[in-house]
Design a protein around this ligand. Structure first.
Ligand SMILES: Nc1ncnc2c1ncn2[C@@H]1O[C@H](COP(=O)(O)OP(=O)(O)OP(=O)(O)O)[C@@H](O)[C@H]1O
Length: 758
């Protein structure tokens, strides 16, 4: 029986520190199997911590006849591969602890689920160290999902998550996070950092004077392999939990380690994810041999209920062959990089991947609350038993300044009564507060920042960051949907900074052909390429000397150029294309994007996390126009003034009914769309010598009134309708984009997102 097995591991990339060890463990299990049966051909593919690459490599191997896969360390990679497993009916041995919330019929999960690892760590540190917890993780599925469960679990035990921080996948800069830890003085840190972030965090932790004696770090991830990567002195005293530790002194483990070290020709540390890889591979291969079949269903059926003696005790595969029941230990790292076992469950803990659901119940509740929050006059806050905010509507956040996860004391709840009419409803495990501003409460005064004016509390907070940015030379990242005014804010920052007498140069990376971006930014010398100007040309970096460079649509920057841009930002020097001279540049960068860069870093691999980090020294998010209806009237007034200057006398105002419609419309194209609507209406009303009325609005906006009652709950539907309508009424995508007041690239993205056919 000859059989191909696909090994999907990141031999390079952010999590390669850990996955190389898993790859060796899988190879070892296959080599032991082949010593007796010589039937397995292992085909390894480097997935480089990249979900898209994982799916592509898995599909190529599946087409080549591979039925069994081993690997996919990160949850993002595992989830990306699931559709391939389904399509070709393959089996994945997933040998890594994970966040649970999944029980896929094509996966044999040999790592620990949260109730076998995370809950145990929490019980331990709450008992020994305290209940004030600081969560730090990378920004992707595993840390976020795990932390949702940590919050629920700890709040049920009167613990308090005092901070929850996420850094980009691969981030290695922790100065600011550790300063924050020093300031907030938690009892413990719970870390779900992975890959290169792990050594960077632990090292900086010690270097900045924190120690496990004062605030220990508990992490389900940081094991022997990661401790070796950081240097044992940095890991010593911190904790982890798993079924397996290299230091287990039973004969099965000693024999395993000896054989493994002989195989790998060295004394590399062995960690639980490695042992789980070895074990999973061995169990599946042995089952195949017994059955003389590769059929996924048969293998899983055969494995279901099996017991086996292993280096970490007697394990049992659950009835459907997907998870393991296992004993669990807690280890405290020693100065030699091994773990001292400080707690042992002694008996098996059954896997309960859905023990704490972050989806079903809470999501349904959230959906109900969300919908209610949108239509209700009142602001809504839902508290857990111990007063932690589990949900608050946008209105509630605006009125109170509270955030999800804040804990409200009885006194704070009492104080709300002074400012609001409060209706309080206490049910089992939940406390619901409905707030109505007291009549006569003054509206928030307008805040001005350059050309920007806003009454919106959230936007005012963001503009505080813009003010700080104006007084510093730090790089700034402006986030916000298309047309929200990112360029206007960038301009205001420049004009209010010390650089106001220098140039402000804008580059829209999304609009420049990819092969010309480098020469646009960095310039070139004569003869560098066909069509190059005589005498060469300077690029935007040099043109912005002593001023500000505004990089719009930074999310569209190709990966290879991101490396060059990062270097220029770090060294403050550039080299013109075709030149060898380095030139110093003294500029401040403001970048903007309407894309979700952390998500693209984690799942899409289209943006470098180090560049993101460099740009994101100060960041501010401009709320979409639909979230600040209180600003619409003021914006219209300004626009009418400007239009009067350009076109001469015209209507002074929008009539009441029309204004109401403008305030309620969801504005997918934000201020740009509002501007287009007002300009058109101004000209039409002017020709009729009257105020602006609904008749002066385009059909998609007028039509909004008739459909309003149904639409209130679904802004996406409104947006989709507006786009479909604009496409029907125009001859090209470009024309439709103009009509909607959004960029063509944004319209293409939305067409794809909504599945509209053109
Ligand atoms: N505060 C404001 N007052 C009046 N007009 C504004 C304001 N902010 C933005 N605008 C107008 O809205 C339009 C879009 O603004 P801007 O180009 O700054 O948005 P953006 O977020 O950078 O858009 P994109 O993401 O598409 O590049 C412009 O016509 C601008 O003049």
């Amino acid at each position: 029986m000859q059989m191909k097995v696909g090994l999907l591991f990141s031999l390079t990339g952010i999590t390669s520190i850990t996955e190389r060890g898993q790859y060796e463990a899988a190879s070892f299990a296959i080599s032991e199997f082949n010593e007796q049966h010589a039937e397995i051909e292992a085909i390894v593919r480097d997935i480089s911590s990249d979900p898209r690459k994982s799916a592509e490599e898995a599909e190529a191997l599946a087409l080549d006849g591979v039925k069994i896969f081993i690997g996919c360390y990160t949850s993002a990679c595992r989830k990306a591969v699931l559709p391939v497993l389904e399509k070709y009916d393959c089996l994945l041995v997933y040998p890594t602890l994970y966040e649970g919330q999944e029980d896929h019929p094509n996966v044999f999960y040999t790592g620990e689920v949260p109730n076998q690892q995370v809950h145990i760590l929490i019980d331990y540190f709450m008992h020994h160290y305290g209940k004030r917890i600081y969560l730090i993780g990378n920004d992707y599925i595993y840390p976020r999902e795990t932390n949702e469960q940590v919050k629920t679990y700890t709040s049920g035990k009167n613990g308090e998550v005092i901070e929850e921080r996420y850094v980009p996948f691969g981030n290695q800069e922790f100065h600011e996070v550790i300063q924050d830890i020093i300031l907030k003085k938690p009892d413990v840190i719970f870390s779900t950092l992975v890959g290169k972030s792990v050594p960077a965090f632990y090292r900086k932790y010690k270097q900045m004077g924190l120690s496990p004696e004062s605030v220990p770090i508990f992490s389900p991830i940081t094991k022997e392999t990661e401790i070796e990567a950081m240097g044992a002195e940095f890991g010593a005293g911190h904790y982890s939990s798993a079924s397996y530790f290299q230091s287990l002194s039973n004969p099965l483990n000693q024999s395993f380690i000896q054989r493994f070290h002989r195989f790998s020709e060295g004394k590399k540390p062995v960690s639980s994810v490695m042992y789980n890889t070895y074990l999973g591979t061995k169990i599946v291969l042995d089952s195949m041999l017994k059955l003389r079949a590769f059929d996924r269903e048969k293998i899983m059926g055969y494995m279901g209920g099996k017991r086996m003696d292993t280096a970490c005790g007697t394990l049992r595969v659950d009835a459907n062959g997907r998870h393991l029941s296992r004993p669990v230990k807690i280890g405290k790292a020693l100065p030699d990089g091994q773990f001292d076992i400080v707690w042992d469950s002694d008996k098996n803990i059954n896997p309960e991947p859905f023990k704490i659901s972050t989806r079903k119940a809470s999501r349904v509740n959230e959906i109900v609350l969300e919908a209610w929050g949108q239509i209700s006059e009142e602001a809504i806050i839902a508290l857990s038993e111990n007063g932690t905010i589990q949900y608050l509507s946008r209105k509630a956040a605006e009125l109170t300044g509270f955030r999800k996860g804040n804990r409200l004391t009885k006194k704070m709840i009492g104080q709300l009564n002074d400012a609001f009419q409060v209706i309080s409803h206490e049910a089992k495990h939940k406390h619901l507060l409905l707030l109505k501003p007291r009549i006569g409460r003054k509206s928030i005064p307008v805040m001005k920042f350059g050309r920007v004016r806003t009454r919106n509390e959230q936007y005012q907070l963001e503009l505080e960051t813009a003010r700080i940015a104006a007084q510093s030379t730090a790089n700034v990242l402006i986030l916000g949907e298309t047309g929200t005014g990112k360029e206007v804010v960038a301009k205001s920052i420049h004009e209010m900074s010390d650089r106001r007498n220098g140039p402000l140069i804008s580059v829209n990376t999304g609009l420049i052909p990819k092969n010309l971006i480098a020469s646009e930014l960095f310039g070139y010398v004569e003869g560098t390429f066909t069509g190059a100007r005589k005498g060469g040309a300077i690029g935007k970096f040099e043109a912005a000397q002593k001023g500000t460079l505004f990089l719009d649509e930074i999310g569209d920057m190709p990966m290879d150029l991101q490396v060059i841009l990062l270097r220029a930002l770090e060294t403050k020097r550039i080299v013109r294309l075709g030149d060898t001279n380095e030139r110093e540049v003294d500029i401040r960068i403001i970048a903007a994007t309407n894309r979700n860069l952390p998500e693209e870093i984690a799942y899409g691999n289209t943006f470098r996390s180090d560049l993101y980090y460099r740009l994101n020294v100060l960041s501010l998010t401009i709320p979409p126009l639909r979230e600040r209806p209180e600003d619409i009237e003021g914006l219209i007034r300004e626009m009418l003034e400007e239009l009067k200057d350009s076109y001469g006398d015209g209507p002074d105002q929008v009539n009441g009914e029309a204004l109401q419609l403008l305030v309620e419309y969801p504005w997918p194209g934000n201020i740009r769309e509002l501007r287009n609507v007002i300009e058109r209406a101004y000209l039409l009303a002017r020709s009729k010598a009257r105020d602006i009325t609904q008749d002066d609005f385009p059909a998609n906006l007028r039509g909004y009134t008739a459909r309003k009652p149904m639409q209130q709950l679904s802004l996406r539907e409104v947006e989709k309708d507006a786009i479909s309508k604009a496409l029907r009424e125009t001859k090209s995508v470009l024309e439709a984009a103009r009509k909607l007041g959004i960029a063509r690239s944004t319209l293409y993205r939305k067409i794809k997102e909504f599945g509209i056919s053109i």
